[in-house]
Write a protein that binds this ligand. Structure first.
Ligand SMILES: [Zn+2]
Length: 380
């Protein structure tokens, strides 16, 4: 069987769709008008991703406010926000270009998702002819909705965590039930948790072990057979062509990360300075038996923040080098991150969001070709 290759999930939203999100926030178009643009963008995303030859596709996350906030609100400005949430929560991340993204703040319980990822899968299933993947948000990210210190009146942190674990499990189960073949959990906060940035207090609280334990509470509710198709995505952030934690050494994260009992990992690597060192680290820490499942590492071979299109030969070379350290039956390829995890993103290093979409499909196509070349050379 050739090396597995799959996307992280998101694609830049067409300019027209980004304008529709803004118009919906401003109250100048109706919800149905926004949905019509989302439908068109999802269909275009699926058709073009299928045309790259990708064995598994996504809807490009064209409907979501962001990879982290889709369960909570319809838009990034908070239109349609879920119950018991105020819009003045802590910064999830401060990026190197100076911009930040903020989370809502929990004001009471019980905590319930307003939207589950399965609602996107149901719609995408009607459009796709190839297997679909769906990304969901990690409980460790949503744990940051609870204020860092003190207690929400009438709703303990423990009670919130129990509700959160239940909702995340439901999100994943429903996505599979709706037809997703693979579900990956976005875990960008993992690397950021090692950053210790005084401007962003939660990153200095040594929260990584708690994140790993919380995520395992969800993963451990699934059988080994189910977890084979449940992944974890790590990256140093990818928003407006900027990162939030690229300066954190992978040695702070990877040994703990592979303690999560997921079946596969989507790992940013194309934009990493010393790839070989990280391949080696992955080989040393990837588990052959994570509670009954052999973990697979999909290494990042495409940088979604750069408009330069990697060649199939470059992709193949990365995979061949990684195969020196990672067993071939535990190796695959992916993109470093989604191409636009947040709905409003003009992709500033690109000529426009629409051109960034064209470039994304070229890059995905070359990942598929490069992975096929490596599979040939490795005889798999
Ligand atoms: Zn990412």
């Amino acid at each position: 069987m050739p090396l597995h290759t799959e996307p992280v999930g998101s694609l830049p939203r067409p300019r027209k769709l980004q304008e529709a999100f803004a118009a919906y926030d401003a109250g100048t178009i109706k919800y149905e008008d926004l949905v019509r643009e989302q439908d068109a963008a999802c269909l275009d995303s699926i058709r073009r991703m299928e045309a790259t030859g990708s064995p598994i596709v996504s809807d490009g996350e064209q409907r979501v406010s962001s990879f982290a906030t889709y369960p909570l609100a319809d838009t990034l400005s908070g239109t349609g926000v879920a119950d018991h949430l105020a819009l003045d929560g802590q910064y999830f991340a401060i990026f190197t270009d100076g911009h930040h993204r903020q989370l809502p703040r929990l004001t009471g319980g019980p905590f319930r998702y307003r939207t589950y990822a399965s609602q996107y899968v149901e719609k995408a299933m009607k459009m796709a002819t190839k297997p679909l993947k769906q990304a969901v948000i990690a409980p460790s990210m949503l744990a940051l909705l609870y204020p860092l210190d003190g207690e929400v009146p009438g709703y303990t942190r423990e009670a919130f965590h129990e509700d959160l674990v239940n909702e995340c499990e439901k999100d994943i189960r429903q996505a599979f039930k709706a037809g997703a073949k693979r579900v990956s959990i976005d875990f960008t906060e993992g690397r950021l948790a090692c950053r210790n940035d005084p401007k962003n207090p939660w990153t200095g609280r040594k929260m990584l072990p708690g994140f790993i334990a919380l995520n395992n509470r969800v993963l451990d509710r699934f059988t080994a057979v189910e977890r084979k198709n449940i992944g974890i995505h790590t990256c140093p952030g990818g928003d407006c062509d900027s990162t939030h934690s690229a300066d954190v050494d992978y040695k702070e994260l990877l040994p703990s990360m592979f303690q999560m009992n997921a079946g596969y990992f989507l790992i940013q690597l194309a934009s990493e300075k010393d790839k070989e060192r990280v391949y080696k680290m992955i080989g040393e820490n990837l588990r052959k038996d994570a509670k009954g499942v052999k973990q697979v590492a999909l290494i990042g071979v495409i940088n979604p923040q750069s408009p330069r299109v990697e060649t199939p030969e470059e992709v193949c070379a990365d995979i061949m080098l990684a195969s020196k350290y990672i067993p071939v039956d535990q190796l695959g390829a992916t993109d470093d991150c989604g191409f636009s995890p947040f709905s409003i993103d003009v992709k500033p290093k690109h000529p426009s969001p629409d051109v960034a979409r064209d470039i994304a499909f070229e890059k995905i196509g070359n990942r598929i070709r490069g992975a096929a070349m490596a599979s040939d050379r490795l005889g798999v």
